[in-house]
Structures are given as C-alpha cells and as structure tokens.
Design a protein around this ligand. Structure first.
Ligand SMILES: Cc1cc2nc3c(=O)[nH]c(=O)nc-3n(C[C@H](O)[C@H](O)[C@H](O)COP(=O)(O)OP(=O)(O)OC[C@H]3O[C@@H](n4cnc5c(N)ncnc54)[C@H](O)[C@@H]3O)c2cc1C
Ligand SMILES: Cc1cc2nc3c(=O)[nH]c(=O)nc-3n(C[C@H](O)[C@H](O)[C@H](O)COP(=O)(O)O)c2cc1C
Length: 763
C-alpha cells in the first residue's frame, strides 16, 4: 500500500511504524512542516500501562522509550504556603522531543521516508497519488479544515489561558501543582520532571487574570519574565524557557477540545489531536494518539477494505475518546473553576484536586496512599466534631444543624409512596419509614406531605391538615426516636400546577380519569397540554396557602419532627414561582429573581416563625431547569441559595429539573452534584446533594471534596432500607448502631464482608 502520513507528531510517526511492523512492503512517507529536531513543548506523561500496550505493538521503540522514562509516584500540591504530598500515583514522563527523535529513528530503521520542512496546505493531491492518507497534523489540522463539511469538527475553546514552558529547576520528587495568589488573581502551574535536567512547567490562569496581567500585550520574553516573578520562590533562581517559536505573540493559548463527528473521508483518516483532543491536565493526549495509531494499523490489516477498516477504527476509538474526554472535561472544568475551591483547607483542596476527573475514587486513593487518605479522613472527622474515632470514612462523620445532630451524613431522600388515604399515612408509611430509620441513615425524610387536600399531587399523597394525620405521623416519629438513632425530617409542599394527577406508578403527572380538583400556580401555565390550566394565584390565595404551610409546620412540630424541609423544587407550587418558565406574572411576584422568590420567602419566614427555633429548616430547589438561559441556570441557583441563606434557611437541598417538559438533563452518576458543589463553595451555605448517587464511594468522595455536607439517596433506599448499615459492613466500619434484635445478623454480615465484597455494594 502506498501511504502518506501528514504530520510527524506522535500519532503520525507511530502509525507509520505500526503499519511497517505489520507489512514491510508498505511504502510510507511521513511529511512534516518542521525540522526533524524542531518541536514545541516539553515533557509528556504516559503511564506504565500504556507503555506495556505499546511494547506489544513494537517492542523495539517501547524499549527505547522506557530507557528514557522519568518515573515519579508522588503528587505535591502547594497551596496557602502548605505543601501536601500523596503517593502511589505511578506516572512516567518523557521529553516530547526525545520521544519524537526515538520514533523518527525507529521509522528510518523500518525504511519509512521522512520528509521534513514540507508544509501541507491541501491534502487533495496526496489523496490522489496515494492509496491511503492519514492526517495526523495536530490540533489545528489543515486536512480537517479542508473537509470540515464532512468531518464536522466540534471545537470547544476552553476558558483558561495556558503557556507550556520548561525549566531546569528540579521537580523530580513529585508531579507538582503550585497555586499562587497574585495582585491580579490566581495563577497556577503544573510542573513535572521529564529528563534529569529539565521539567515541564505549564502556567495557567483564568482569562480575567490573564487580561489583568496584560499578558496578551507582552512579548514572549516579557511574558516569561513575568511568570518567573510570579513563581520565583519555587524556581530556585532557575529560568523559565519557551520553545514555541512557531507561536505568535506571548505564546499563551486557550485549549481547544476537538471532537469530529466523522474521522474519515474517501481514502483519508484523521488521527490524534486532529480527530479528538484531551486536555493536558489528565495527560492523555499522547496516549490517545499512540493507541489510535495502533488501532488503525490493526484494522487496515484485519478488514477486507479501507472502508471497513475506517468504520471499525472510528467506532472503537470514539468510545475510548469519549470516555477520556469526559474525564478530561471534569478535570479542565475543575481548573476553570479552581478559584471557587482555593478557600478550602489544604487537605480538602488537595483531595478535591486528586478526585477532580472522577477517575480516582475514594477507595482508589486508599489503595494509592492509605496514610494520606487516613490523615484526610481524620481531618474531616475532627472538623465535624468527632475526636474519638477519627479513622472513619466521611459518611460516618456527625453533622450538626441548630440543635439537631445527625449520627452520619447519609440521608433518605424524600420519596412519595402514594399509599395515603385522604391524606392520612397508613400502616404502609409506618412500616416503610420505620424500616429506613432502622437502616442506619442519619436522616430520614418523609415524602412531600401536603398542606391541604387540593395541595396534594395525587389522591394517594400524605397530608398535614387533619387531626388523624397528626396522630399517625406522631406514632412514626415516636418510634423513630425511641428505637433508632435516626433523625426525621418532614417535607412539606403544595403540588401547584402538577396537582390532581395520577399515582406515581400509573401515568405520573397526567390528570386523573375522574375526580379532578382545581389547581393553582404562580401563573396560568399548565404542566402539559393534557393538564389543567391552573388558576394564577391572587393575594387571597397566597395568604391562604401561606397559612396552610404554617399550620402544617406547626403540626409537624407537634409530631416531634427534628427538621422541616419546604419543597420548592420540581415544578410544584413554590417552584412555579421561582422558575421563569412557569412564572409569567407582571406584579411584584414575577420578573426579577427577587420578585420570583418573594412568595417562597414569605412562606419561609411565616413557617420559620412557627417552627421551633432550635430545629433547622431546609429548602429543596431545582438548581437547574435544564432548558438553558430560559430557565433557572446553575449561576442563578447560586443567587437563589444566597437569598435563602440570607433569609435564614439552614441548608439547601440541591435537586434539579422536573420543572419543564422541555428539560434536557445530562444524566450520569452524581450528575446533579456539581450544582451542590457550586452553591456550597460559592455561598458557603450548607448543602445536600442528590441524584444518581448510589455507592458508598460516591458519598465519601462528595463529602471529603467539600461538594456537599449531606448526601441524599432516594432509589437506593427503595431497593435497600439498610443501605447505610450495609455500606458500613462493606467498609468494615464498626461504629454504626444496629438494632439490638439484629445483632446476630450484623455479626454474620461482617464475617461475610471479610471474606469478599458484599453483593451489590461496590466500595
Ligand atoms: C500544554 C500541553 C501539555 C501536554 N501534555 C501532555 C502530556 O503530559 N501527556 C500527553 O499524553 N499529552 C500531552 N499533551 C497533548 C499532546 O501533546 C498531544 O495530544 C499529542 O502530541 C497529539 O499528537 P499528534 O501527533 O496528534 O499531534 P501533534 O503532536 O500536534 O503533531 C502534529 C504534527 O503535525 C505537524 N503539522 C501540523 N500541520 C502541518 C501541516 N500543515 N503540514 C505539515 N505538518 C504539519 C506539526 O508540526 C506536528 O509535528 C499536551 C498538550 C499541551 C498543549
Ligand atoms: C418514587 C419516588 C418518589 C419521589 N418523591 C419525592 C418527593 O416526595 N419529594 C421530593 O422532593 N423528591 C421526590 N423524589 C425525588 C428524590 O428525592 C430524588 O431527588 C431523586 O429520586 C434522585 O435521587 P436518586 O437518584 O437517589 O433516586 C422521588 C423520587 C422517587 C424515585
């Protein structure tokens, strides 16, 4: 086969090598615009595992690369003048120039033609004269641009500015992150040794800080001198160096996240950064490029036609790329928002940094560095007020709000049971909630319990509006207090526009077949075309419903509930005021955020006055309507939380969505946690996170990274009322209290857990 490879970066050279290894008869030319030894950048990071994979493809080049590898195990974080070090991370680095020179040598040995100082402006003629063209011409690929209509590249220029520098200062003991506060904002560096006398030193900052420093107007030399001043105390008198002579101006860049919809056209395939890029903070760009090279070479030899080989290449590599890009996105977004976390204690900051991509979990950190993680856990326990048994995971730290102390941070999220009769909880509710309270969670929410018959969602919803309700709830609360350590929270709400609908397991949110009752909301906006048009509330309605909330809270207080949560999420009555999608009012209750929050806050203040001062109140909000700028956005949710905090709400239960049928949430594990993270770290308000959190490891990492104070699990508690006790057994935590009659069951479970992982609970 006659092959042209455009670009002699890692992807191009390694593809040429991989092809020749499979069939020496191929005639391959690699064309590169630079000189052979003229490359930008400094070191690149690979993992030992990647190199093992490469050795299986070409043992010779892998051995050469291995000879030059610099290894390090530690990650050091310098923040607030404190250097925190964790170990067990296992990286290796090599100079980019060294890597390319080794690959060039290997290519020559295999009889591959290397043609330097040849700029490719148009891939067309190469496609005419060759059987196969591989465009490995990097982030700004000309070949990709030439067929942009086919490849449909999605290029997302990220917000931070960075410059890739080198230094002779030694960073040979650890991959080092340095955060420096300057008069113009925070600037940070990612530094790692890749050769005995040179280290990579990537400097990064927000666009605003970059502009305030005036980096854009500086020459390269001025820019480097400024970075040297900023990091002087870490450089030991050594200079910072640039070798990006091809870049104009001060050599600062915004990272482009590239992903092409298609990777091939006729006889041309895209490869490496040209097809898809991965942010440098997870150090996987070179790995992706090299592994794609192997994959295409493989398929070209296993498949009957070029077309079939390209199809396999695209589908196999796309999955891997999407996986890495997702981790890279988490990581780069963390750096983009790093100023949100810089107030954190150095221990928590370091933990947040290490777990930023969500690829390293809590228990994975324990495998890497048990001593460091143990120290971080002890720090968390002490800060939570536990000084007796500090070697417990974060989920088993106590939490205090006003006079309520929770034994641990696990919360049974509110879940409607649709089993009430005329609003009255039944034996079902008693058995259901009693089981969850026995199951070990620190806090058990009851379902949204409605302030009036017409404020119910369905005919099966519970209420706080009749004497029989009070007696039934009190019986449950008394049981929970007498027999368990759990605290119990009453969620009160009014269904608003989503009222008069069917039971959850019927056609949820659809009107009843018969017996519908009139509904009301902030505005006359129905939930769907099939639902009733609600009455837009007038002042008399608002007064009446506010008083119903107060009467319900007073009833919940008499029942002995430890905490109250006002439901202002998910499109129900109070939520219908907050979100602009359903609030169309032109009076002082509509329009600006202050106006939209006016009624929910009126309700809160009235309830707060009736609720015992020593007991806390939470508010559940939808922190993202998932409809873009038209609805509540994460940024507006921060403002909502700030106003709740100012009003005296003790904790924000950060849910999302269910406010519009047009919502397009991006699901995934812990998908709503970033909303809690943002609110907690931008406002300082205590938060609960919720949404697809199901493993003890999720809970621990959310808590220790400071993304929430409490963690709510809903569906996992439907499947397993004893989720917390089971998690404790899986983690071998013996500090949880089991009900006395169940102690033999506990002992057996711990014995089983010692023999192997408990089914269904991954830690
Ligand atoms: C600051 C920074 C740090 C990074 N750190 C790491 C790391 O630690 N680990 C890691 O794995 N990856 C890292 N990367 C990513 C890594 O550099 C790239 O992902 C990798 O080099 C991709 O290889 P490639 O061959 O696809 O592209 P490139 O390495 O960009 O190679 C493309 C080649 O094509 C040539 N070329 C381009 N246009 C033309 C043209 N028109 N005509 C002829 N030749 C052309 C270029 O000169 C270049 O030699 C980092 C990237 C950056 C920006
Ligand atoms: C059956 C069921 C009923 C629910 N009822 C309520 C409710 O009454 N009040 C509320 O705020 N959220 C309710 N939710 C939402 C949950 O509290 C939680 O926010 C959501 O299920 C996401 O958490 P998960 O992924 O752990 O299930 C309900 C969820 C389920 C599955």
């Amino acid at each position: 086969m006659k092959v042209a490879v455009l670009g002699a970066g890692p992807a191009g050279l390694y593809f040429a090598i991989s092809m020749k290894r499979r069939n020496p008869a191929h005639r391959i030319t690699v064309v590169e615009r630079n000189k052979a030894d003229d490359t930008f950048g400094w070191g690149v990071v690979l993992s030992a595992e990647t190199l093992d994979n490469l050795a299986a493809n070409d043992a010779v080049s892998a051995a050469w690369i291995r000879d030059y590898f610099a290894y390090w195990d530690d990650i050091a974080v310098l923040h607030k003048g404190v250097r925190t070090v964790s170990t067990g991370h296992g990286f290796c680095g090599i100079g980019r120039k060294r890597l390319l020179l080794l690959l060039q040598q290997r290519a020559r040995d295999l009889d591959i033609e290397l043609q330097f100082e040849t700029e490719i402006a148009d891939p067309g003629p190469w496609m005419e004269s060759h059987d196969l063209v591989v465009a490995a011409d990097g982030l700004n690929s000309r070949a990709r641009t030439a067929f942009a209509g086919v490849f449909k590249p999605d290029i997302d220029l990220r917000r931070c500015k960075f410059v890739w520098l080198g230094t002779r200062q030694k960073f040979d003991d650890a991959f080092t992150f340095i955060f420096e506060q300057t008069g113009h904002g925070w600037v940070w560096a990612h530094a790692y040794q890749f050769e005995s006398d040179t280290a990579t030193f990537i400097v990064e900052c927000s666009e605003a800080t970059w502009a305030r420093w005036g980096f854009g107007e500086m020459s390269r030399e001025q820019s480097i001198a400024t970075c040297e001043r900023i990091f002087a105390r870490h450089l030991g008198g050594h200079a910072l160096m640039s070798n990006a002579s091809h870049l104009r101006g001060s050599a600062w860049l915004n990272f482009p996240r590239v992903l092409c919809e298609r990777w091939s056209h006729r006889n041309l395939a895209l490869m490496g950064d040209a097809a898809a890029s991965a942010h440098f903070s997870i150090g996987s760009g070179t790995k992706l490029a090299l592994e794609s090279a192997v994959a295409l070479a493989d398929y070209l030899h296993s498949e009957p036609t070029l077309e079939a080989a390209f199809a396999k290449y695209e589908s196999a590599r796309r999955t891997e790329v999407l996986r890495l890009q997702s981790a890279a996105r988490n990581s780069l977004e963390w750096f983009e928002e790093v100023e949100r976390y810089l107030h954190l204690d150095p221990v928590q900051f370091n933990y947040a940094l290490l777990t930023r991509s969500q690829r390293i979990s809590h228990e994975n950190l324990r495998l890497r560095d048990p001593a460091w993680l143990g120290g971080a856990e002890a720090w968390f326990q002490r800060r939570a007020g536990n000084t007796l048994n500090v070697q417990r995971t974060p989920m088993f730290a106590p939490f205090r709000l006003r006079d309520m102390t929770l034994a641990n941070r696990v919360v049974v999220s509110p879940m409607a049971q649709y089993k009430a009769v005329d609003g009255c909880p039944t034996d079902w509710h008693f058995a259901h909630y009693a089981e969850r309270a026995k199951g070990g969670a620190g806090l058990v929410h009851i379902e949204m319990t409605c302030v009036s018959p017409e404020g119910r969602i369905t005919p099966g919803c519970t209420g706080f509006y009749a004497p029989a309700h009070e007696a039934a709830w009190k019986r449950l609360v008394d049981f929970v207090h007498r027999e368990t350590e759990a605290r119990i929270c009453a969620q009160v709400g009014h269904s608003g526009p989503k009222g008069s609908t069917q039971l959850g397991w019927q056609q949820a949110d659809a009107p009843l077949a018969e017996g519908n009752w009139p509904v009301m909301a902030a505005s006359a906006v129905p939930w769907s075309p099939a639902n009733q048009v609600p009455k837009a509330m007038d002042r008399a309605d608002m007064d009446r419903v506010r008083d119903q909330f107060v009467a319900s809270a007073a009833m919940a207080a008499r029942c002995g509930f430890d905490m109250l949560e006002i439901h202002a999420a998910h499109g129900y009555l109070l939520s219908s005021f907050i979100t602009p999608i359903t609030n169309r009012r032109s009076d002082e209750y509509g329009g600006s955020l202050d106006n939209r929050l006016r009624y929910p806050l009126e309700v809160f203040h009235a309830v707060r006055a009736a609720w015992p001062a020593e007991r806390p109140i939470s508010m559940r909000i939808s922190a993202n309507d998932w409809v873009g700028e038209e609805g509540v956005t994460p940024a507006e949710a921060v403002e909502i939380a700030r106003r709740l905090q100012e009003a005296g709400v003790d904790i924000c239960d950060v849910s999302a969505g269910q406010t519009s049928l047009r919502a397009r949430p991006v699901y995934g594990r812990m998908f709503q946690t970033p909303l809690s993270d943002r609110i907690r770290n931008e406002t300082g308000m205590a938060t609960m996170a919720v949404g697809n959190i199901y493993e003890p490891d999720h809970v621990n990492s959310i808590l220790l990274a400071g993304r929430a104070d409490l963690v709510c699990l809903a569906r996992p508690h439907l499947a397993d009322p004893y989720w917390t006790l089971h998690a404790a057994a899986a983690l071998n935590d013996r500090g949880v209290r089991w009900p006395d009659p169940y102690l033999p069951g506990r002992d057996q479970l711990y014995r089983l857990a010692e023999r192997g992982p408990l089914q269904g609970l991954k830690v």
